[in-house]
Design a protein around this ligand. Structure first.
Ligand code: SF4
Length: 724
């Protein structure tokens, strides 16, 4: 059929992990049998050079992805916690679904619909994210739904929306990065998080462009930079303000662009004028000489870009920090033009699509606002209900987790492991335990699932077909390439089964293509319009950029230079904002922002800053990657990175066990002494549970706009821990 793989001997699909969504082909293994199936998936990965984003390159996670399909660590039958033993024990699907539906219903009846919470994930396909949001608002009638993507890119989304009128991670194809003149990467480490993207940075430098990396650590990405700026964690906002101050002082403004395509410059200009280089050096630790060099590198070429990631975003001032970087782009005319602009490097596999289709607390499908009467009326029409019946906005992710066992008595958790990935994770774990009832849909018994009353084993990735939207806004088809283990069902089956028990069966189809078609209708006319996208069209074009309205230009840029430059995939809208921004008046908006300290500055008791991040061989909470032997060998456990000066003060060497202590808890991991980190900062990766769980330490202080927790910096002290 029209959506079948183009490869004769395998199935063309995409990686299960990060937002790059690398193309790959899955080839069936000839000797696949039940014995092998315990440890192998029956497919192996082959490169797919025709997919334009990664052009065949894969990181270790992508190459070993079939291992997550193996049945060894999989859940293959529902589990129910029996009162008699307080243990999770095997159950039938009928019993498990009955128990979950009864708990959801009883909670609604006893405590009201908002006593039921739903928590989703940025790895869920578009179809699942859409169905989960619809299930919460339609079948459960609850406003209490959010997802772990709130912990990922919500600050960038909020800042992008208020500046440009819409948030699409990259408003241009990633390949544009290779041809810009200067790229500032702020708090991003693609050498670890999405290695195939590094080829674009190499092409940039090979073509004479320059790379500025802003990161408190001298990461593998920072080592490739023309200029590495290492500010104190939590001071990215002040750094961007200082650069804008110098842009003005050195006469580098693009006044024509400011006058013709923006609003709000007067206020943003006034705010930035307070940030003299000496003040910025005092706040950030970045010298005036480095600031001036950065301005020169950024302003000299015709084209330049800023890309942010979790570094500046996961702060209690994250939205304003991103706004400050966007202001820098606008003031220099680096937006709404080819090969220039601002973008966010989204992290999770469907981080972009996951935030567009209604599992976010304040949103309806198509990136519509839940409190917009026209949006409510449109979606209610598609769902066949009265708009009055749809609940309003709910709590953000951390606030929802914090309310578990309080206002929220029952939780449905799908595709997330907040016991490892949430801020102040021991507190989150305690809140999960306080629930009356917890139902978890997952492929493995994650640390969060271990607290469940019912665990529903579901299919994943290559075991089912669905769409994702990568960090460029390119909608992709992940095709089924292997059968799921006997005994598991898809998430769409689960929602259908629960909906049937709650009287809504007809509203929750189990066929992904049918759900996608409905999603398209629900998104029609919204900022993220998918109504012109079909599975057949994605298959034919190997991806379609939104917005792509039904009956709209097809493909939008075909036959133009811009379209050709976007690579093979020109369907939809590869580049946004070339003529106008998505604001009512078509102009981008400056937002006047000021630096403010982090929620928890170092003091006498906690004199250091902790920052957290990822390593190449693990992914997010590690629920999948910690079960892959090759990845565990490459990255077997957590560690504490610290500067030699700090190590000397402590009397510690690499390998010694260190305890990091914050106001929320304690984590222990071996030391890694390196000159590649500021002496006032320590770093831990966050993929693990147990004594090395980094998120035990992190601070749930929230950004007032995006409600993003301040993962990227908190105050800690460090001690030698007893040897094991
Ligand atoms: Fe998968 Fe991301 Fe690695 Fe590509 S970079 S192979 S999408 S984990």
């Amino acid at each position: 059929n029209s959506t079948a793989s183009s490869a004769a001997s395998g199935t063309d699909t995409h990686c299960p992990y990060c937002a790059l969504q690398c193309g790959m082909t899955l080839i069936p293994l000839p000797d696949s049998n039940e014995t092998h199936a315990a440890t192998r998936a029956g497919v192996e990965v082959a490169e797919r050079p025709s997919f334009p984003v990664n052009r065949g390159a894969l990181c270790g996670k992508g190459r070993t992805a079939p291992a997550v399909l193996a049945r060894q660590a999989r859940l293959t039958q529902p589990l129910v916690r029996r009162r008699s033993s307080d243990e999770l024990e095997p159950a039938t699907w009928e019993e498990a679904l009955d128990l979950v539906a009864t708990a959801l219903d009883q909670t609604r009846i006893t405590h009201g619909p908002d006593a039921v919470g739903v928590f989703g994930g940025g790895g869920l396909t578009n179809e699942k994210a859409y169905a989960l949001g619809k299930f919460a608002r339609l079948a459960l009638g609850t406003s209490q739904i959010d997802y772990n993507g709130r912990f990922c890119m919500s600050s960038a989304a909020a800042a992008g929306t208020r500046a440009f009128g819409v948030d699409r991670g990259l408003p241009f194809p990633l390949s544009d990065v290779a041809r810009t003149g200067c790229l500032i990467l702020v708090g991003s480490n693609p050498a670890e998080t999405m290695p195939p993207a590094m080829r674009y940075l190499k092409e940039l430098r090979d073509g004479g462009g320059t790379l500025i990396v802003v990161d408190p650590r001298r990461t593998r990405t920072a080592k490739q930079a023309t200029l590495h700026l290492a500010p104190r964690p939590g001071t990215d906002l002040a750094l961007a303000l200082g650069l804008l101050h110098l842009v003005v002082a050195e006469g580098r403004l693009d006044q024509d662009f400011i006058d013709s395509r923006t609003t709000g410059w007067t206020e943003a200009h006034s705010a930035a004028m307070a940030y003299r280089p000496d003040l910025v050096e005092h706040i950030t630790g970045v010298s005036e000489r480095e600031l001036r060099q950065a301005v020169r590198l950024f302003c000299d070429p015709e084209h330049a870009m800023v890309l942010t990631a979790r570094g500046p975003e996961q702060q209690s001032n994250g939205t304003d920090a991103v706004s400050a970087w966007i202001n820098l782009c606008l003031a220099t005319g680096r937006a709404g033009r080819p090969l220039s602009g601002y973008g966010c490097l989204t992290g999770q596999g469907n981080g972009q699509g996951g935030r567009e289709h209604g599992q976010k607390a304040d949103q309806l499908p198509g990136y519509r606002k839940l409190d917009d009467p026209l949006a409510r009326a449109h979606v209610a029409r598609v769902w066949g209900v009265d708009a009055e019946t749809l609940p309003g906005p709910g709590r953000s992710a951390y606030e929802l987790l914090d309310a578990l066992g309080g206002d929220i008595r029952t939780l449905l958790l799908m595709g997330s492991n907040p016991v490892v990935s949430g801020p102040s994770a021991a507190h989150v774990e305690q809140r999960l335990r306080a629930l009356d009832f917890l139902a978890v849909c997952d492929v493995v018994l994650s640390e969060s699932a271990q607290h469940a009353d019912v665990v529903l084993p579901v299919a994943q990735w290559a075991e089912e077909t669905g769409t994702t939207t990568n960090l460029e806004g390119r909608v992709l088809l992940r095709r089924k390439a292997a059968d799921p283990p006997a005994g598991v069902r898809t998430d769409l089956d689960v929602l259908n089964g629960l909906a049937a028990r709650l009287g809504w069966e007809q509203s929750f189809p189990t066929d992904a293509e049918e759900v996608f078609s409905e999603l398209g209708r629900a998104s029609a006319g919204g900022p993220a319009d998918y109504s012109g996208i079909t599975y057949a069209r994605i298959a034919a074009e190997d991806g379609v950029f939104w917005p792509c309205p039904e009956g709209g230009a097809e493909p939008a840029e075909t036959g133009t230079a811009a379209g050709a430059e976007a690579g093979a995939c020109t369907a939809g809208t590869p580049r946004l904002f070339l003529d106008r921004f998505a604001t009512p008046d078509g102009r981008a908006r400056f937002v006047a922002v000021m630096h403010r300290p982090t929620a928890e500055e170092p003091d006498a008791d906690y004199p250091l800053r902790l920052t957290t991040g990822r390593v190449q061989a693990q992914y997010q909470s590690g629920a999948q990657t910690r079960r892959v032997d090759a990845l565990n060998k490459a990255a077997p456990g957590p560690f504490v990175e610290l500067h030699p000066r700090l190590a000397l003060q402590l009397g510690a060497e690499s390998g010694d066990r260190l305890a990091i202590v914050s106001r929320r808890g304690r984590a222990v991991a071996p030391a890694r002494v390196t000159r590649g980190i500021r002496p006032d900062t320590v770093f831990m990766p966050f993929h693990w549970y147990g004594e090395g769980r980094a998120n035990t330490l992190t601070n749930p202080a929230l950004d007032p706009t995006s409600r993003m927790p301040e993962f990227k910096t908190c105050a800690v002290r460090i001690e030698l821990a007893a040897p094991v």
